[in-house]
Each structure stands twice: as structure tokens, then as C-alpha cells.
Design a protein around this ligand. Structure first.
Ligand SMILES: NC(=O)c1ccc[n+]([C@@H]2O[C@H](COP(=O)([O-])OP(=O)(O)OC[C@H]3O[C@@H](n4cnc5c(N)ncnc54)[C@H](OP(=O)(O)O)[C@@H]3O)[C@@H](O)[C@H]2O)c1
Length: 361
């Protein structure tokens, strides 16, 4: 599979993950448009063959689009967008301006040019979340919330761009040794004023971050290599599919595993209360009226995947079934989708068949 026509655009390429990914991609012979706020900070990458461009992700969408259009004119449509720009700030608006709105603005500007790209490999939008996309830490609640939003954004985006042959993925690193936790010239920045009530919490968390800086478990170059493998489905990711979320670093496993176990426990512990608020189930009524599956499916929680059974719940389920069915039908590999209700009228069943007759669900 030739990937020579791959054109990568990478934000935050002056250091850390953005820089390591740029260098890895250049080593593999792909073209790179490396961006950061200051052109001078991209000197090494430029020497290695990247096209460099100054780009502050907090600029207006029109400014960002103008720059991206100029780059596409010179290098061809972008096939891989990596949104690595990000930092940790205690102030809410500044934090969201870069981590969330910056990412969204670049996404708004790039896919129109990405849809044009004709490639023999996946086109990908990769955003940087974090293990902080899964949990909340004191004194970092604003950073954590910015990363939760990136992961949520990416899950929705993945479904939106799939019909255009574009994948979206959120990379969720554990702690990696970049300049991220550095205070002096790094990406950790304090708010201008602090509430005395939280002073002790701040001091404790800052002490922990100072200790962690430069001793993080993760190696950004190894991380970059694994990420590029996944975004190109080569190396360790050969014969796999691009996932919507990719945790990296073994410390991420504990954080995410603990969160998942805790959430399952919470659902069990509060089951009766959680389910005590539903309206009357309409299955019996619908069965009597003979109005079939459409009328009897009255809702679901969550987004449908290719699993085969979905619980019957609230309103809106059929809309999701229709949407998912439409998306799957557009995929050449899907021949037929059939929907049905199980014998107890408690679950919707979806069967997805490939041309060879094998169920994908
Ligand atoms: N390292 C970790 O442990 C870790 C863990 C989880 C998630 N992450 C995420 O990984 C991503 C990369 O972080 P990193 O570890 O590589 O940190 P880093 O070495 O500090 O790099 C951050 C990059 O973001 C750029 N940036 C900041 N504000 C920007 C703006 N307004 N416009 C354009 N670029 C901007 C910086 O460029 P300038 O030269 O312009 O400052 C720098 O290149 C971040 O989104 C971070 O949240 C990191």
C-alpha cells in the first residue's frame, strides 16, 4: 500500500507529541505541514523537510481557513489532521479557547479540503484528549473538562465524517515526558488570582505536578511511533481498524479501568433509583395495536454500535436506528440490515450482513 500521497497537518508541532509525530511521519516519507504559534520554534522540523506555518489555534476560523487553503494549494488535500495544540491553564475561557475551540476551528477549516483527497488509505482526524477525558482531578477541573469535551466531540465527529470515508479518533495519553507539566517555559500555567479557600489543594497538586515533570512514564517518541502506526494502519496496527478512542501509556489503563469499574458499580448500586423515573412502557400497547417495530421501539440510551441487542427504553430509539442503518448501508461492505424485536419484547435486535453473508454485528 503506497502512502506517499499522505499529507499531514499537525498543530502544536513545536514540542512534545506534535513534534514527535511530525518527525516520525517525515521519517516515513510523508509530507508534513507542521504548525505552531512561532515559526522559529519549528526550525528542526523544517530542516528535516517539513513545510512549516505559523498557526495560533485561537485565531478566527477565517484566518485559520485562509492559511490552510494556501497550504493545500501548495501541497494537495490534507489526509491526516493531528490536533495536538493544547496546554493546562487554570482559567476557564483561556483553557477552552485553545483546547476545545481551537480544535473545533481547525476541524471546521480542514475537512472541506480533506473530503477532496483521493487516497488508498484512511483519511483521519486525530484529536488529543487525555486520561483526564475519563476522570476529574482537583485543581485541574478546567483542564479535565476541556479534555472530556474533546473526547465527546470526537465520538460525535467520527459518526459525522464516516460517510465521507474519514475516520476521527481521540488520542488519550497517560503522563508523557514532554514540556507539558513544565512551569517556566512549559504548558502549565496558573490563573492570575486564587481563592484562599483552595490554596492547600492547589499547593498539594502543584507539588505533585512538579514531582511528575520530567519523570513521567511515557516516552513521547515511542508514543508518536504507535500513534502514526494506528493512524496509517501499519506496523503494530496492521490489519486493525482505527478506533474512536486510543488510550496510550500503561498508566492510562489503570485510570480508565478504575473509571469503568466504578461506573458499572455505580449503575448497579443505584439501579432501582435510576430506573424509577421512566414513563410507562408502551410495548404491550403497541403489540396490541399491531403497529410493529417502529411503534414499539420507544427509545434508547446511547449510540448504536454494531452489537446485536439494544434495550427498549425511552423515545427516540427509532431515529437512532434509522441513522445508524443509513450509515451502515452507505458502507460498501454492508449488504443487508434487518431489525426485529425479541420474543420478550425487551430488546431490539439488529442483524448486519456482509456480502459474503457473514454477520458483522
Ligand atoms: N504530555 C502529557 O503527559 C499529556 C497527557 C495527556 C494529554 N496530553 C495532550 O497532548 C497534547 C500535546 O501536549 P504535549 O504533551 O506535547 O505538550 P507540549 O510539549 O507542551 O506541547 C504543546 C504544544 O501546544 C502548542 N500550543 C499551545 N497553545 C497553542 C495555540 N494557541 N496555538 C497553537 N499551538 C499552541 C505549543 O506550541 P507553542 O510553541 O506555540 O507554545 C506546543 O507545541 C496536548 O493537547 C495535551 O493536552 C499530554
Amino acid at each position: 500500500m503506497s502512502q506517499n500521497s499522505a499529507v499531514w497537518m499537525i498543530t502544536g508541532a513545536s514540542s512534545g507529541f506534535g513534534k514527535a509525530i511530525s518527525l516520525e511521519v517525515l521519517r516515513r516519507g510523508h509530507r508534513v505541514i507542521a504548525t505552531a504559534r512561532n515559526l522559529e520554534s519549528l526550525g528542526e522540523i523544517k530542516t528535516m523537510g517539513a513545510y512549516t506555518m505559523s498557526l495560533d489555534v485561537t485565531a478566527s476560523v477565517s484566518d485559520i481557513s485562509e492559511k490552510i487553503n494556501a497550504a493545500v494549494k501548495e501541497h494537495g488535500p490534507i489526509t491526516h489532521l493531528v490536533n495536538s495544540a493544547g496546554y493546562m491553564l487554570e482559567e476557564v475561557l483561556g483553557q477552552f479557547d485553545t483546547n476545545l475551540f481551537g480544535t473545533i476551528k481547525v476541524i471546521q477549516a480542514v475537512p472541506p479540503r480533506m473530503r477532496e483527497a483521493v487516497t488508498d488509505f484512511p483519511k483521519v482526524i486525530a484529536n488529543f484528549g487525555s486520561t483526564a477525558s475519563w476522570t476529574g482531578w482537583p485543581s485541574s477541573s478546567v483542564y479535565c473538562s476541556s479534555k472530556w469535551t474533546i473526547s465527546g466531540l470526537t465520538e460525535g465527529l467520527a459518526a459525522e465524517v464516516a460517510p465521507f470515508g474519514i475516520k476521527a479518533i481521540v488520542i488519550e495519553p497517560g503522563t508523557f515526558r514532554t514540556r507539558f507539566l513544565g512551569k517556566a517555559c512549559g504548558s502549565r500555567q496558573s490563573a492570575g488570582c486564587h481563592l484562599p479557600a483552595y490554596q492547600k489543594t492547589r499547593e498539594t497538586v502543584n507539588y505533585y505536578m512538579d514531582l511528575t515533570h520530567n519523570t513521567q512514564l511515557g516516552d513521547a517518541e515511542k508514543g508518536a511511533c504507535a500513534i502514526v502506526d494506528v493512524l496509517t494502519l501499519t506496523g503494530v496496527a496492521k490489519d486493525k481498524e482505527i478506533p474512536v478512542r486510543l488510550p496510550i501509556g500503561s498508566d492510562s489503563v489503570e485510570v480508565i479501568g478504575t473509571k469503568c469499574t466504578g461506573t458499572i458499580e455505580l449503575l448497579g448500586m443505584w439501579d432501582a433509583i435510576i430506573k424509577s423515573t421512566d414513563g410507562k412502557a408502551s410495548c404491550e400497547e403497541d403489540k396490541r395495536s399491531g403497529s410493529g417495530v417502529r411503534a414499539s421501539i420507544t427509545g434508547c440510551r446511547g449510540v448504536l454500535r454494531r452489537s446485536s441487542r439494544f434495550p427498549v427504553g425511552e423515545r427516540g430509539f427509532q431515529d437512532l436506528v434509522d441513522l445508524e442503518g443509513e450509515m451502515l448501508r452507505r458502507e460498501a461492505s454492508v449488504e443487508r440490515i434487518s431489525l426485529g424485536i425479541d420474543a420478550e419484547w425487551s430488546c431490539l435486535q439488529m442483524e448486519v450482513l456482509s456480502p459474503g453473508g457473514r454477520g458483522l454485528a
